[in-house]
Design a protein around this ligand. Structure first.
Ligand SMILES: [Zn+2]
Length: 185
């Protein structure tokens, strides 16, 4: 027997999982054990050989799991304001940033709610090398040897000061769920 497990009030950050009452274990599909929505589950499940069983799961899944969670709701539920969010030396018992009271919940657009994201940076800058070096020498230096990161930073800083750098950033994806960063933690 499969059992749908509602995780919405857990602190896992996910919304549901599947429990197998025969093996007495949470099920794992494509390496994942909990999901936010049916479509997340479906894509993990369909990566597996027994994907024709999917309909058995569908019938056991409540309606809310087919819908995307209200992101704001997830965040608001999770993050209480503590005294760490006060301005240093302030006697005002609120978050310094979103003004919500200690014991209440941070607003969803409070800057203390953080996430990690992956970005790609394309960088062009000027560096100095021996004059006889060609493309291969130069790329070897930069990629294969321990081109010290402080040299890289100095080269880049100098190029920026001279206005000759080129930077282009691309957002790739979120790599974490929202988390709270109060105080100096
Ligand atoms: Zn706040």
């Amino acid at each position: 027997m499969k059992r749908f497990v509602d995780l919405r009030s857990s602190d896992t950050g996910y919304r549901f999982a599947w429990f197998d009452t025969i093996t007495e274990q949470f099920e794992r599909h494509s390496g994942t054990m909990c999901w936010d929505t049916w479509s997340d589950f479906e894509s993990d499940f369909q990566g597996e050989p027994l994907s024709d069983n999917l309909e058995r799961y569908r019938g056991l899944t409540p309606k809310w799991a087919f819908e995307h969670p209200e992101k704001e709701e997830v965040i608001l539920k999770a993050f209480n304001v503590t005294s760490e969010a006060q301005r240093p030396n302030s006697t005002k018992p609120t978050c310094f940033y979103c003004a919500q009271p200690i014991g209440g919940l941070h607003k969803s657009d409070c800057i203390l709610l953080r996430k990690l994201v992956r970005v790609r940076a394309v960088v062009e800058y000027t560096t100095e090398v021996p004059a006889f070096w060609d493309k291969d020498n130069i790329e070897y230096l930069l990629e294969e040897t321990a081109y010290p990161s402080d040299h890289f930073c100095k080269d880049l800083t100098r190029s920026m000061e001279n206005g000759e750098e080129y930077l282009d950033f691309t957002y790739l994806c979120d790599t974490s769920r929202p988390f709270l960063k109060e105080g100096n933690a």
